[in-house]
Design a protein around this ligand. Structure first.
Ligand code: FAD
Length: 458
């Protein structure tokens, strides 16, 4: 057993582990930072769907990275931490005994498959979307010459997978379990716009029905259909289960770390576990929602990276007294040539949480004048509290700029901005780059929300 020593040990080299290590090194340059991660080639998880289709438009779809941590003086060991002795501050892989002072769990998440379908994972042709290159390469090779594919799950990963596979000419059926796709992130009228794009791409969407069985009719352990709750049977040569992820807390549980809601590692706002020398960040940690403060199942690289920055700044004292105040579930997805992005709570979610809200919407164009070649429609929806007009959510549909515009709304949510502040917000505009200053959609949607407050008596 080789003895290794470091000051800060990070377990996991995904977005949370990577950002924690880099932030720790930036804050404590004199400390030895060591990342132990399982795989030499670390997939960029958000790019996995693009391995399966034609969107990248190139044959080299190696969306793995080996990391640039080494340039910063961060050490890496490829291996798996299998045990930890907290009394002696030693972590063990099969080959190394690693002594540490501070420890960060960034062990991520694994695909979640409902109990009723779990036994079908042994069938040939049934795949989850693992963040593991070997697994992804194997499923891609299997799918290559198959035509008829069922994707179970209508979250953004299921939809991105479906669209990518459809782009290479396969027959795709997405089966949901909810009336609309992208539930939780978009209100139904916006999800309906995304569903139209699915239809145009010839992706069949079966909403309010669910897969209750994955079948090998011939009893040869090769999948050939799925059985739905309604009794309908849908043929399938391949079934992709995009049914969510669960925190990977195998190691944490083994070494007695306390868990919180939804099976994630319990942490405070500085990402500390009960032992203040031990932190947890990313998908393996228990999260709550920024606005409603309820436990959250959201698993996003955006949230994970923020948590990594907080942990990496709080290892030897609280450097920045802000902490992590919950996930705003900010993300974007591309469906066909249209971008959909969301942050905070939706109108539906707000009403389910018993919040009294108003909404403002605005449809415009992303260039001015709208006759500029390539100009695309842009739609913004703002959700705000009726009392005070605090912005608590936003959804945008439009061109590529949507991916950055949502970050403006995200910052507004995190900083408790109100629609009254946004009404007079100054925006940089340019005909070739943005919407018109006279009609900037985030500002206009905020004004519409203000008008709703006035109309209904805020
Ligand atoms: C297909 C797909 C698309 C996605 N798209 C987006 C997107 O567009 N935007 C977005 O914000 N999010 C997206 N996500 C979600 C995002 O990828 C996750 O939230 C993010 O990867 C979580 O980061 P993490 O570092 O916490 O965990 P992970 O990425 O799961 O990384 C954890 C790492 O820890 C390693 N590990 C675990 N246990 C040990 C151990 N004992 N010893 C050593 N190493 C260990 C694992 O091997 C793994 O590499 C997507 C996810 C998927 C699957």
């Amino acid at each position: 057993m080789q003895k290794v020593s470091c000051d800060i040990l990070v377990i996991g080299g995904g977005p949370a582990g990577g950002v924690s290590a880099v932030t720790a090194k930036m804050n404590y340059p004199q400390k030895e930072v060591l990342v132990v991660r399982e795989f030499k080639k670390q997939l960029v998880p958000c790019a996995i769907p693009y391995i399966f289709g034609d969107t990248l438009g190139c044959s080299d779809k190696d969306v793995a990275s080996c990391g640039s941590a080494v340039d910063m003086g961060i050490s890496t060991i490829i291996g798996k931490i299998e045990d930890i002795d907290f009394d002696n501050k030693v972590a063990l892989t099969q080959q190394e005994s690693i002594s540490f002072d501070k420890l960060i769990f960034a062990t991520g998440s694994k695909p979640f498959v409902h109990n009723s379908l779990r036994h079908s994972l042994v069938l040939e042709g049934v795949f989850t979307v693992d963040k593991n290159k070997e697994h992804i390469d194997k499923s891609k090779a299997y799918i290559e010459d198959k035509e008829n594919i069922v994707v179970v799950g209508t979250g953004f990963i299921g939809i991105e997978m479906a669209m990518e596979l459809a782009s290479s000419g396969k027959k795709i059926t997405v089966i949901g379990g909810s009336e609309h796709i992208l539930k939780g992130a978009f209100d139904s009228e916006i999800a309906a716009q995304a569903e139209e794009i699915l239809l145009e791409a010839k992706v069949e969407f079966i909403g309010s029905d669910r897969v209750i069985e994955i079948i090998d009719k011939n009893g040869d352990n090769i999948v050939n259909a799925v059985q739905l709750k309604s009794g309908k049977v849908v043929d399938a040569e391949v079934v992709i289960l995009a049914t969510g992820y669960k925190p990977n807390t195998e190691l944490a549980q083994k070494v007695g770390i306390s868990l919180g809601h939804y099976g994630g590692i319990w942490v405070d706002e500085y990402m500390r576990t009960e032992n203040h020398d031990v932190f947890a960040v990313g998908d393996c940690s228990a999260r709550r929602a920024f606005i409603t403060k309820v436990p959250s199942k959201v698993m996003l690289a955006s949230t994970s990276a923020s948590e990594g920055r907080v942990a990496g700044s709080s290892l030897y004292g609280l450097e920045y007294i802000k902490g992590f105040s919950g996930t705003i579930a900010i993300f974007s997805t591309m469906i066909g040539k249209t971008a959909f992005s969301s942050a905070g709570v939706t109108e539906d979610e707000a009403s389910e949480a018993g919040m009294d809200v108003v909404v403002g919407t605005f449809s415009g164009m992303n260039r001015h004048p709208a006759t500029i070649p390539g100009a695309q429609k842009q739609f913004v929806k703002i959700v705000a509290t009726r009392h005070g007009g605090q912005i608590i959510g936003g959804q945008i549909v439009g061109g590529n700029e949507t991916g950055e515009m949502i970050n403006i709304i995200g910052l507004m949510i995190e900083n408790s901005q109100s629609v009254y502040n946004v009404m007079s917000m100054q925006v940089a505009t340019q005909p070739m780059l943005t919407a018109a200053p006279t009609n900037y959609p985030i500002v206009m949607a905020s004004i519409m929300a203000m008008k709703q407050i006035e109309k209904q008596g805020g």
